[in-house]
Ligand binder design. Sequence first.
Ligand code: SF4
Ligand code: SF4
Length: 142
Amino acid sequence: MTHAATSLTPETLPRNDCGTCTYCCHVMKVKELNKPANTACTHCVEGSGCTIYNDRPASCRQYECLWFRSQQFDKPLSPGLRPDQCKVVIGTINNGNEIVLYTEPAHRNAWQEPAFSEALGLFVTRGIPVYVSENDQLRRIF
Ligand code: SF4
Ligand code: SF4
């Protein structure tokens, strides 16, 4: 898949780390499209990408999840934590100072799977607040 077929990722990034993931296009709300959280975007082809990529809204152009960003780090988050694999989008709020785990009702406890232990441990030991977002409601878990 070319980068142009990825979902909410910024067009300025010459990378295609999303691969076939389009999970944020389902879990996240998109205000310009009046798309609520946990609904499939009508412009998304699951596993392929955005059908209006060149005309997608600003919030889609600006968005990148922490898993995506981490692929540039020395120690990137593991392939198993790619959102479509683990059913959680790891995002940030408050200028990157707080973590939000975006889930959908069908996978509301996915963040409790062992695959998250290491990442959650890192956040907690660094004193970074962690929230779960379920249907746009934040609940602090650490
Ligand atoms: S959830 Fe992350 S990895 Fe998946 S498409 Fe969105 S930005 Fe890319
Ligand atoms: S417009 Fe495109 S990038 Fe934005 S949520 Fe829909 S499919 Fe994803």
